[in-house]
Design a protein around this ligand. Structure first.
Ligand code: ZN
Length: 458
């Protein structure tokens, strides 16, 4: 089933997470969901082929809302293995400053492969490292996403505030605002797709309050508004960041965000942990979204996002695996499990499993400003993740949907994007040689770490 069938009945799934009765499965036609088939019935719509799903738990393709693909090159790196965000960053910046096009290409493909195999069909990436020679970083990402047949929101990130001017990153990693804005505009005009079924979308993403000038925030917001694209940044991730904002701007992070023209429905924030009650209400009223990154927040001991309160206030919330130097993997189904458990620690054991699956699907779609993905309903894109529950870890389990998270599903068996199978029997379609990719990626990772001496921050 390598090609795009005209019309396919995904028949009688073991379980399905759909908007409505789809016990009999669904029909996919021309890349979209044409019919939900009620239990015990056959499709009304004509179909050419059948995929027997009686062994499969079918859910909407998972959507990742925050990542830094390039960081797969610096996973579990000793000097940053046991540190909080600021020293972690200060240790890693000098390595990232040596990123090359070849290394980035391998890193992006490793991240996409991991995401896809974990049931992810749409990924957002926040790329903000542009050392000399890596001007075409986002172009490299676009090519890889297309090769994998996934969807992506690729953000043109930026750092414009270096150490010399009171920022955190070394001066060698920052760019001039003119260069950032010109490249942002080029990328929007070249790649940004609008409307249902978009494969590549571009957003603008100055990195964080401590690595970007106020002017860069303001100008990026104006440029995004002119082109109708979304805005993304890290905010309220740590108390160090809060202190930085109070010192430098005399404002808490959210007040700073508002002061630079970012507080609105066009914006989604990575992390969003340290908000007051009043700030949560303010975010909800503005419709500003949050990418909850449970694993990263635990790994760096950043704090626990107040997800249920954010949602109650009207804030769209989705999930992000975050960069692979703070996770250190790109597994979306395991991320949903982590988010479930972290939120249970905050709110109690009655946070439902299906709510966590909702964050990873419809919630994440809302965070990326999309209504055509993230749900199984008629008219939605046929982006699906199908898991089997016949492995050892599921033996003895009862509710198949709950088992995905409670038993720790970590790999999808079949994944479809826009009606096309991209993973079949647990393997990526299209002849990807994973062993070759791992070898190439490993070489690049060693080269990155093996260069000039590293300043180490405690
Ligand atoms: Zn991040």
């Amino acid at each position: 089933m390598k090609t795009l069938p005209e019309s396919l009945w995904i028949k009688n799934p073991q379980a399905i997470l759909a908007d409505g009765d789809a016990g009999g499965g669904l029909v996919v036609r021309d890349g979209v969901i044409a019919e939900l088939v009620p239990s015990g019935q056959a499709p009304v719509t004509a179909y050419d082929t059948v995929f027997d799903a009686h062994d499969h738990v079918v859910i909407p393709g998972l959507i990742n809302t925050h990542h830094h693909f390039y960081q797969t090159l610096t996973r579990a790196w000793g000097p940053a293995a046991d540190a909080e965000l600021f020293p972690w960053l200060q240790n890693l910046y000098p390595l990232w400053a040596r990123l090359t096009p070849e290394a980035l290409d391998a890193a992006v493909r490793v991240a996409l492969a991991e995401l896809l195999l974990s049931g992810c069909t749409t990924a957002a990436d926040h790329h903000y490292v542009f050392p000399a020679g890596l001007d075409e970083a986002i172009d490299i990402e676009v090519a890889a996403v297309r090769d994998f047949g996934m969807r992506a929101t690729l953000t043109r990130g930026s750092m414009t505030l270096g150490e010399d001017d009171g920022g955190l990153p070394p001066q060698s990693t920052v760019q001039s605002l003119d260069v950032v804005l010109a490249d942002s505009e080029r990328l929007i005009e070249t790649y940004h797709e609008r409307g249902d079924g978009a494969v590549i979308q571009i957003a603008l993403a100055p990195c964080s309050p401590f690595s970007v000038t106020r002017e860069a925030m303001q100008e990026s917001a104006l440029l995004a508004a002119r082109h109708g694209v979304r805005l993304h940044t890290h905010l309220a991730e740590t108390l160090d960041e809060e202190e930085f904002c109070l010192d430098r701007f005399g404002l808490r992070p959210l007040d700073y965000l508002e002061s630079v023209g970012w507080l609105g429905p066009q914006t989604w924030l990575g992390h969003g942990i340290h908000f007051t009650d009043a700030e949560i209400a303010q975010l909800g009223a503005a419709g500003t979204a949050v990418a909850h990154c449970a694993t990263s927040n635990m790994r760096l001991a950043s704090g626990i996002a107040r997800v249920l309160e954010l949602e109650a206030a009207g804030v769209p919330v989705g999930l992000g695996v975050d960069g692979s130097a703070s996770n250190d993997g790109s597994n979306m189904i395991l991320e949903a499990r982590q988010a479930l458990y972290l939120q249970r620690l905050r709110y109690g054991a009655d946070v439902p499993v299906r709510r966590a699956l909702g964050w990873a699907t419809a919630g994440s779609a809302g965070v990326l400003g999309r209504s055509d993905i993230g749900t199984i309903r008629v008219g939605a894109q046929a982006d699906l993740a199908c898991f089997t529950t016949n492995a050892l870890r599921f033996s003895g389990s009862h509710d198949p949907l709950a088992a995905l998270l409670l038993c720790g599903a970590d790999r999808a068996d079949h994944v479809m994007v826009g009606g096309r199978w991209r993973v079949v029997d647990g393997a990526i379609e299209g002849g990807l040689d994973l062993d070759e990719l791992i070898a190439r990626h490993t070489r690049s990772a060693k080269e990155l770490v093996g260069g000039s001496p590293i300043r180490q921050f405690a």
